[in-house]
Ligand binder design. Structure first.
Ligand code: DHB
Length: 503
């Protein structure tokens, strides 16, 4: 049944859009000339709105704030905040009130491109067929705070780039610091911030949760004039995170190396808001097959170096890429298939598993890969001709693209340069989980669909297992036949959040 969604934003005043500070909202200049932005949340500067979710209307107050004192670009370094009107009337929404409401923090980043703050009046990732994550959050009594973040294509009038790594994660951290700094001035609890994102946004969500308050980011936050407050969060929701970029090429060939035909996706962002994805088909060239064969063996030593465990058993791989880690992934796919079967999905034409008396038997991982196919050409991330978005992510103010792996650098076809190790480190959550001086989020929900080919399933499995092994609460699942996407299971997502908030 189609859900009825009606969203109405009432008139927006110019003063509300300016963040209540009177600061000019401008495109980046070479040097900031305006007075520092005030980081004090002003509850009186709002626009009233209402939204309808499942036939019920919710009134809210909408705020737009700039979250750093010295923004480079307020289009991205700003945050839309939506607070249930009921919280200003001493009332409850669902199970929460002004004092207890968690803060839902969805970012809108895709493709490591710049992401504007999320807009509750616009459709969500589902393409307008259901309520967006922001609407569902508000309807369930959450305060919603959606930060924008700079990205790899941001270019100033003088030709310099200002959204290269680690800009996006620094921005999200600054937004979190703003919420902590204003905790007493705002309804909602800054010690209950739940981050949400998909793909590159999922990676940033995970990085935000892994690296809370780590000193590596402090100089960047200071330079922007971020609020002097914690950047730690309570929980992470990450859909198909495109993360561990410095090992993702080898992981990709470990998983998809046996497949030569690909269906590649080209990602662009249109002039308004939405990410556009275009599919291009092809077969790996002889050179690309050689690159794949050279990358694949790099994965086994990397995986074994992590010392991962499941149920007391070491997850390892042998020189051929077989072993308990692979068996573990196959078992996750089997569990996913079992749940689909239990829910009435017909699995009779799935070639890589068998069903007997309502039970799904062992999944043949190699056959699963052959049947789903590959999407990217090798290297999937650190492109040898700088052809991938990730090359652009690791550029500098004056250099658009760089390599970020030793392999990419060594085999570069463009006589490229290598990103500095510190920048690469700051983009990988695995470097920060339980690190000293770091407040890693205690609760994690990680999803990667069985039909996702944008990165290896090893990437999310490594992240989830590392977190579990370090004692964090992890809910990890590979939803059956779900492609690269997010926000497709919102009732379950918010049930999970309600559960961890209570625990
Ligand atoms: C995204 C997808 C990719 O395949 C990738 O390499 C980076 C980001 C995305 O959808 O955000």
């Amino acid at each position: 049944m189609k859900k009825l969604i009606l969203t109405a934003a009432l008139a927006t005043s110019a003063s509300a859009l300016a963040g209540g500070t009177g600061a000019p909202v401008s495109r980046p200049a070479a040097a900031p000339t305006s007075a520092p932005v005030s980081l004090q949340f002003d509850a009186a500067r709002y626009t009233a709105g209402r939204t309808t979710v499942d036939g019920k209307t919710y009134n809210y107050r909408a705020y737009k704030v700039v979250y750093v004192q010295r923004p480079v670009d307020t289009t991205y370094q700003s945050m839309n905040i939506y607070i249930p009107e009921a919280y200003f009337q001493g009332q409850k929404v669902g199970r929460y009130d002004a004092r207890t409401a968690p803060i839902f923090l969805p970012n809108q980043v895709g493709g490591y491109m710049p992401g504007e703050p999320g807009d509750l009046t616009k459709p969500g990732m589902g393409g307008g067929t259901g309520p967006s994550a922001m609407q569902v959050a508000l309807s369930r009594g959450y305060v919603v705070a959606s930060p924008g973040a700079r990205g790899r294509t941001n270019k100033a009038a003088d030709g310099t780039f200002y959204g290269k790594a680690p800009a996006a994660i620094v921005d999200l951290k600054a937004a979190v610091a703003y919420l902590h700094y204003n905790d007493t001035r705002m309804p909602g609890r800054a010690d209950r911030i739940i981050s949400n994102g998909t793909s590159a946004g999922g990676a940033l969500s995970a990085l935000l949760g892994a690296s809370g308050d780590n000193a590596d980011y402090a100089p960047y936050l200071k330079a922007l004039g971020a609020a002097p407050a914690s950047s730690a969060i309570f929980a992470v929701s990450a859909y198909c995170p495109i993360t561990d970029l410095d090992h993702a090429d080898a992981a990709y060939e470990w998983e998809f190396g046996s497949v030569s035909d690909y269906q590649k996706l080209e990602i662009t962002r249109d002039t308004s808001y939405q990410i556009q994805r275009k599919t291009v088909s092809g077969t790996l060239t002889a050179t690309e097959k050689t690159v794949s064969a050279a990358l694949k063996p790099l994965f086994t030593p990397y995986l074994n170096s992590l010392g991962l465990q499941q149920d007391g058993q070491a997850l390892t791989l042998d020189a051929q890429g077989n072993g308990t880690f692979k068996t573990y992934l196959a078992s996750l796919i089997r569990q996913s298939a079992q749940k689909a079967l239990d829910g009435g999905t017909d699995l009779s034409n799935i070639s890589y598993l068998s069903v007997s008396s309502g039970k799904v038997g062992a999944v043949d991982f190699d056959a699963y890969i052959k049947s789903t196919g590959r999407m990217k050409t090798p290297p999937a991330f650190d492109g040898l001709s700088y052809e991938n978005g990730e090359n652009q992510l690791f550029g500098t103010a004056t250099v658009d693209n760089r390599h970020f792996t030793a392999f990419g650098m060594e085999h570069s076809k463009v006589a490229g340069s290598l990103a500095d190790p510190h920048t690469v480190k700051m983009m990988n959550p695995l470097n920060y989980i339980a690190a000293s001086g770091t407040r890693t989020a205690p609760h994690w929900r990680i999803r990667a669909g069985t039909a996702d080919k944008d990165t290896s399933h090893a990437v999310s499995a490594i992240l989830a297992t590392r977190l579990q092994n370090r004692g964090y609460d992890v809910n990890y699942w590979l939803p059956w036949n779900v492609p690269h996407s997010g926000d497709y299971d919102l009732p379950e997502l918010f049930d999970w959040i309600d559960g961890v908030v209570k625990s």
